[in-house]
Design a protein around this ligand. Sequence first.
Ligand SMILES: [Mn+2]
Length: 249
Amino acid sequence: MPCAYFVSDIHIQSPECPRARLFEQFLRNLSGQPKITHLFLLGDIFDLWVADHHYFIDRYRVIIDEIRRLESAGVDICYFEGNHDLHLQQFWADQLGLTVHKGPTYVQLGNWTLRVEHGDQMDPDDRGYLFLRWFLRTPPIRWLICNLPGALIARIGERASTGSREYTTHTKSITADRAIAKIRDHAWRAFTDRPFDIILSGHVHIRDDFRIDKNGHSFRTVNLGSWLDAPCYFKIDGNEGRFHELAKT
Ligand SMILES: [Mn+2]
C-alpha cells in the first residue's frame, strides 16, 4: 500500500528561517514513519536553489542530510523543479539519487493515477513567465547559471526570487478567485489531454481540494498552498488522501 507525502512552496530563505526548521523537523518525523513509501517535493522548496553550486549545498546541509537519510531508507523521492529551484538534475538526481522532474509527470500510486507538477505552466496567459521559463533553460543560459560562481548566482537570484515571490503574493491577494479558476481550468485541460484520478500542483499559493464532475468525468484537483501562509502537507495513505496541518514555530 502506498503512503505518500506531498509538500510544495515552502520557500526556505535561509538555514535559520523558521520554515527551514519546520521542514527539517518534518523530514525527521518522516524518517520515523514505518509506512512511508514516497515523498513528492513539488517545487519552490527553497526560495532559491540553482544547479549544484556549493553555495547552496553548504547552506542547506542539514536538510540535505535528512533527505539523504530518507532516500537511503528506501523512500522514493521525487523533486519537481519550481520557478525558484531549477537545474536540479546534477545535484539532486545524479549525486543524491532523487528523481528530478522538469514538468508534469504521471504516477501510478496504488489504485490511483496521479498527475503531479509544480504548476508554473498552468496559466497559458502568463506569456512573460513562460518565456522566462524557456529562456532560463536554453543551453547557453543554463551553462552560465551552472558555471558562474555560486555566490554571484545567489546575489542575482535572491533579487529575482524576492520579485517573483512578491509577484505571486500580489497576484494572489487581488485575484484569489481567479487563481482558483485557473487551477481548475488547468485541471480540466490536463484531464482532457490525458486522464487521471487526482492532479496535484503548487505554485499559486492557494490551498485547494476540489472534485470536478464534468461531462460524465470525475476527478480531484489539489493545490498544496504555501508554507508562507499555513504549513501543511498532503498525504495519500492507501485509499485516503487529505491535508494535514503543521504547527508554525
Ligand atoms: Mn512557484
